[in-house]
Design a protein around this ligand. Structure first.
Ligand SMILES: [Fe+2]
Length: 450
């Protein structure tokens, strides 16, 4: 079976970043026509909306500058557990505004230390056959199938945490999605050495760039923004996300699934300044900003989507988006076993330097609810896993194909097998929504269980 991954070029995490050398191609004239189709006929509508947006940034930035990292919502995993698997309402409200959250002690410190130890041994065992970024001294490894990664992705607490994140989203009764189930999405890992300055990611947004304007279904997620009513935009409405196409250019490292929150699990103590994640903690405003700016009157006749290029993630440069870059904050200090999640439209970056004496290490694991595109991806990913190939969204290096100590189907527990689509779910109860029933039906067909 031909997998998507088998036709992707080799590479590493730099492949989708223009500032790290990723190669985009220019825009053909159809993109200029597309602007006319999307922008309201009366330019005053977006001009006014844009001015209101700048005023909002000005107002909100006062609190962000004053509070810094403490504006990021923080909650202990135990509080989610004792609240029936949901975030306490005040935290949920903060996540909706800030777009991100730190969850403490998702796995125990000892478990996270154990994950790292096993991964270091795995990498050490195969160092000469593995690659990553940067090539001469990898900080982000092209490793997907270590036993620890497979275990962490389906850890029961991690599953509970991502299901709590799903509950912040909503869908129509007949939207084909099951927000009560999450699937495995197999990404790489970072062991960023003390004092490293090579793995610095500038401000960007993942899950495509031009696709947010180009794809008719993806565009519908942002109707209120394109109509100049950005204040009414709902970042947590899954209705049009489930069929949005985010990867028109099959880029190596571009995410093709509906990943409602990106995330990582800490495998070290990462202090603010120690090479951690940065975000713009104004989710709605920053989304409206980068989507509207190319369409306002002064930019409408330029064939430029300001930071969006085919096959690369959406870049957010300081010159074009000063208000966004000026409101970026770093994550607060986190420890082994804490997890950080940020919304799929959120502007984020990685601190330019690990200015600490310890490594800054994470497993990248997002929240990926069950819906058609995610189930179909899981089927291809499962095939890659069984053969030890790189997962289909990522550069086609296939380093682990011959590693006998990678995770194998026959040594996986039940949760791991379910997460990877080796097994499937029991039938739904009668009170499930029409959308949930259809989603499971589609899932079972995609994976060969029906
Ligand atoms: Fe990113």
């Amino acid at each position: 079976m031909m997998t998507t991954s088998s036709i992707k070029p080799k590479g590493d995490i730099s492949s989708v970043f223009s500032h790290l050398g990723g190669k985009g191609i220019g825009l053909d004239p159809s993109f200029l026509t597309l602007k006319q189709e999307i922008a309201p006929k009366d330019p005053a509508i977006l001009n006014n909306a844009y001015q209101r947006l700048l005023t909002s940034f000005q107002k909100e930035s006062v609190e962000i500058k004053e509070k810094g990292s403490s504006v990021i919502p923080q909650v202990s995993f135990a509080d989610i557990q004792s609240n029936g698997g949901q975030f306490p309402p005040s935290i949920a409200e903060e996540i909706r505004k800030r777009g991100c959250v730190v969850i403490r002690n998702v796995v125990s410190r000892e478990e996270a230390q154990g994950y790292k130890q096993q991964i270091k041994e795995y990498i050490g065992q195969h160092a000469k056959d593995l690659g990553g970024f940067p090539t001469n001294d990898p900080q982000v490894w092209e490793v997907y199938w270590s036993r620890s990664q497979v275990a962490a992705r389906s850890h029961p607490n991690f599953n509970t945490a991502t299901l709590a994140l799903n509950k912040i989203w909503h869908a129509e009764e007949n939207t084909v999605i099951d927000l009560e189930k999450n699937l495995g999405y197999c990404d790489r890992l970072r062991i960023r050495k003390a004092h490293d300055q090579s793995f610095a990611l500038q401000e960007h947004i993942d899950s495509g760039s031009l696709e947010r304007w180009l794809d008719p279904e993806y565009r519908k997620c942002y109707t209120e923004i394109f109509n100049g009513n950005w204040e009414n935009h709902d970042s947590f409405d899954a209705t049009h996300r489930v069929e949005a196409r985010m990867d028109y250019y099959n880029s190596p490292g571009g995410c093709s699934v509906f990943r409602n929150f990106q995330g990582w699990l800490a495998m070290s103590d990462i202090k603010t300044g120690g090479g951690t994640l940065r975000v713009c903690p104004l989710l709605k405003q920053s989304t409206a900003y980068f989507l509207m700016k190319p369409l306002i009157e002064e930019n409408l006749l330029k064939n430029d989507y300001i930071g969006a290029l085919p096959g690369l993630c959406q870049g957010i440069g300081k010159t074009d988006y000063p208000e966004i870059v000026d409101t970026m904050v770093s994550m607060p200090d986190v420890g082994y076993g804490d997890a950080v999640f940020w919304h799929c439209d959120q502007v984020h970056a990685v601190e330019p330097k690990n200015d600490s004496d310890v490594d800054s290490s994470v497993l990248y694991i997002p929240s990926v609810p069950l819906c058609r595109i995610n189930s179909e991806y899981l089927a291809i990913q499962r095939n890659a896993f069984e053969r030890g190939l790189t997962p289909p969204d990522f550069p086609g290096n296939h380093y682990e194909e011959t590693f006998e100590d990678r995770a194998q189907v026959n040594s996986m527990n039940a949760a791991e097998q379910l997460n990877m689509g080796i097994t499937t779910y029991p039938p739904l109860s009668d009170d499930a929504t029409t959308g949930q029933k259809k989603a499971l039906d589609t899932h079972n067909k995609a994976l060969g269980f029906a």
